[in-house]
Design a protein around this ligand. Structure first.
Ligand code: ADP
Ligand code: ZN
Ligand code: ZN
Length: 749
């Protein structure tokens, strides 16, 4: 086509527009002329109607940029038809942020915009209900006592909250506290509470009153606050990492800095993993910041989410708390982003763009000149690595401020148990301690860390795990009887006897939570158990219901997967048993050690949160593995030193960067062909390429999945390689299949 680059038409303006159709081929801008009637109305970020294609059907599109230069034949450039009525203009910031996502994570601008922009929804009148306490504390306590005697557990949950708080949002009571409408109605009838209804008040936390000032900070906390605020006052904004165990006072530090930022007239985003968004956590923020705080979580309707964004833009709120997506709250003067539990896997998006909220937070802060505070008890290798190199400023908080000792940890060697003739899934130490706790009426948690579990093979006699000789990750067992590496595709026959010690006890670990529950009931008849796993938590409410039931001591033992290590505090728990640390240790990806360390540390930390001293038992076939031994010793630095050596040696992130190129195709040959051809592109680029291989789950819903990995020390090089792969993909058009990119992946596909 003949190009008219540089040709200017005086007075005429042109807009680059992307059409809102989710298709890779449309990931480019189309230029339209802005007609005179719209010349001062069209702005960057607006949604407009444009004639599209041969039939000139009207389509919606986003204005990405506006300029005076026509890139094509001005005669043939079509005019914008009209403004799309559903949308207001979005901030330029959102477009900038979308561009960052697009570049950094290899998605289309449309996908990036969809991530960044709030979903638009027709605003319907909403009723907002609040539960008010109608009695004084003494009267309430007597009602509470009666409900407890009658074992009306839901009533007890609500009344217990009302003891502390005179007003509670209705949604909290039905949602997080899992109390039914009928129960609430009966309490209203009895005159214990009153339900207040206000129309169209969309702030879910409006009813909370501001009451509390901050605590007097410890010298360690104060030093952190002074440093951060001192920097802010000098106009220095940077990223800070606070490493401190649960209960060491990190949240108190965040709140102190937040207060300062808010007083300066700026706004704050606080990211918390969805699972940790408990009433107790939020209450602290409400109590400190009153109705200038708002919450974004998945229980809000899209209408409510949209309203939150509107309120943020209009300056009605100062602080938003929420999971990953709260990052895209459009504040006019963002001053600070807090990322609590920054190591959490849920900060990484699993759909395109596969962004990491921590990294995007840092980019977003840079756009605004804002600061970032990361916090964790077990920092990600990424964050700690950057802190070690001075890119982030590191602070450490070492003491628990609430009292409560760190638990005593016993590591049990399951190989020795087998040698001594104990074939049960409970070691003798765990049995002994369970017996003791049950007799005392204290609570226990049994933890099965199945995360990342993908059918690895190990020896029950010596603990040997079959690993890939090239990638040093566990091999997974396949139905065809072979063991396979899911990074590079290496495979070998499944051994009949252990290659290390010759034992015939070489197999996968198959016990599930259900089986553990059965065995426990056999061993301790009459024990009251609760089980929490993917089966028992199909709905969000059931998750909360199980946790509240356990908190209310409706069971002696809670058995569950990694879900149980977060969320509520259980003061009566004095024993935590980890049944097989090896399960997550032998996951088939390079983060297995890190995840195991995090899970074990969290699990162990669940015992002994209050005055009662706690103990933990870690059962394992690999007691000498550093992830196990450092977790048992609660030594993060020790773990980091070992783990970073492994990452450096094998060039895994954060020592290097890794791009996963994922291919999805309806026809297996197409997928394989795409994978092979695209991997060649990366190899031509002189990059280190691993694979391609069929994914761990090689087919889902009849879609075949392939993956290969590209490693490079330089992230920008990977972006260039990604762009070349996209180019190549476009040239291979008749071949059907989808390509997705995952930079520094958290999960192995
Ligand atoms: P983290 O966020 O590290 O888990 P928190 O900030 O939640 O720690 O603090 C743990 C507990 O200690 C909370 O109950 C909090 O109210 C209390 N706390 C924090 N800082 C102080 C302080 N300076 N003085 C007294 N109590 C504190
Ligand atoms: Zn062996
Ligand atoms: Zn391999």
């Amino acid at each position: 086509m003949h190009k008219w680059t540089g040709e200017k038409e005086v007075g005429t303006q042109f807009a680059d527009i992307i059409i809102d159709i989710s298709h890779e081929q449309l990931d480019k801008t189309f230029q339209y002329r802005i007609p005179d009637s719209l010349i001062h109305k069209v702005e960057v970020g607006m949604c407009v109607n444009v004639p599209f294609g041969k039939g000139n059907t009207l389509r919606k599109g986003y204005v990405i940029s506006i300029g005076a230069e026509c890139k094509f034949d001005p005669e043939k450039t079509k005019p914008i038809h009209s403004l799309a009525d559903t949308d207001a203009a979005v901030e330029d910031d959102s477009i900038l942020l979308a561009r960052i996502l697009q570049k950094k994570y290899g998605c289309t601008m449309i996908q990036a915009l969809k991530t960044v922009l709030p979903a638009k929804h027709t605003v319907k009148q909403l009723q907002h209900r609040t539960i008010l306490r109608k009695m004084n504390r003494e009267e309430l306590l007597s009602v509470l006592g009666e409900a407890a005697r009658k074992k009306q557990v839901a009533k007890v949950r609500l009344l217990t909250e009302l003891k502390e708080q005179e007003r509670i949002p209705y949604e909290w009571v039905t949602g997080k506290l899992n109390v039914s409408g009928a129960t609430i109605a009966s309490l209203e009838k009895a005159g214990v509470i009153q339900i207040e209804t206000i129309n169209s008040l969309r702030n879910p936390v409006k009813s909370m009153e501001q009451k509390h000032a901050g605590k007097v900070l410890s010298p360690d906390q104060q030093r952190i606050v002074d440093t951060i605020i001192g920097n802010m006052e000098q106009g220095i904004s940077r990223t800070y990492l606070i490493h401190g165990i649960t209960g060491s006072g990190k949240t108190e530090v965040y709140m102190e800095v937040i207060q300062k930022v808010v007083l300066e007239g700026k706004q704050v985003i606080v990211l918390i993993p969805e699972i940790a968004l408990t009433y107790q956590t939020l209450l602290r923020f409400y109590q400190r910041f009153g109705d200038r705080v708002s919450v974004m979580n998945s229980t809000l309707s899209s209408g409510e989410k949209y309203d939150q964004c509107e309120r943020a833009k209009q300056g009605e709120i100062d602080v938003i708390i929420g999971p990953r997506s709260a990052l895209f709250t459009p504040f006019p003067h963002l001053g600070l982003i807090v990322v609590d539990e920054e190591h959490e896997g849920s900060y990484k998006s699993e759909s395109t763009p596969k962004y990491h909220a921590r990294d995007v937070a840092i980019e977003l802060a840079a756009l605004h000149g804002a600061s970032v505070i990361l916090g964790s008890a077990t920092p990600s290798l990424e964050a700690y690595h950057k802190a070690q190199r001075g890119e982030y400023q590191l602070f450490t908080l070492k003491e628990r401020l609430t009292g409560g000792q760190l638990p005593t940890v016993h590591t049990v060697d399951l190989r020795q148990e087998l040698r001594d003739g104990n074939r049960s899934i409970f070691s003798r130490k765990l049995q002994e301690l369970l017996t003791d706790r049950l007799s005392k009426g204290e609570q226990c948690i049994l933890f099965l860390n199945r995360r990342g579990y993908a059918g690895f093979i190990s020896c029950r006699a010596c603990g040997h795990v079959c690993k890939c000789p090239h990638c040093d990750v566990s091999l997974s067992e396949h139905k065809n009887g072979r063991l396979i590496c899911h990074y590079c595709g290496y495979s070998e026959p499944k051994p009949k006897v252990c290659p290390e010690c010759g034992s015939k006890y070489i197999s996968g670990f198959r016990a599930g939570t259900q089986q553990i529950e059965e065995k426990l009931k056999e061993m301790f008849p009459g024990v009251r158990t609760l089980r929490m796993d993917a089966d028992t938590t199909k709905t969000k409410d059931s998750y909360e219901a199980i946790l509240s039931a356990f908190a209310n001591e409706e069971a002696d033992v809670l058995i569950g997967t990694q879900m149980i290590v977060k969320g509520h505090d259980f003061p009566k728990v004095t024993l935590v048993g980890v049944l097989a640390a090896d399960l997550s240790l032998s996951a088939n990806d390079y983060r297995a050690g890190e995840r195991t360390f995090q899970l074990l540390t969290q699990a162990v930390g669940r015992a002994g949160r209050s005055k009662l001293p706690g103990e933990a038992v870690i059962q394992t076939y690999q007691p000498e593995h550093y992830a196990v031994s450092f977790a048992a010793a609660q030594d993060y630095e020790g773990f980091y030193e070992e783990e970073i050596l492994y990452r450096e040696m094998l060039e895994y992130p954060p020592a290097s960067h890794m791009l996963a190129v994922q291919i999805f195709a309806g026809i297996q040959q197409d997928g394989k062909m795409l994978a092979d051809t695209l991997a060649e592109v990366a190899k031509e680029d002189k990059q280190r390429v691993i694979g391609p291989v069929a994914a761990t789950i090689s087919k889902i819903n009849d879609i075949f999945r392939f993956v290969f990995y590209v490693k490079s020390a330089d992230y920008d090089t990977l972006i260039k390689t990604k762009e070349k792969i996209e180019e190549k993909r476009k040239m291979m058009q008749p071949v059907r299949g989808q390509v997705q990119f995952d930079f520094d992946p958290m999960i192995t596909m």
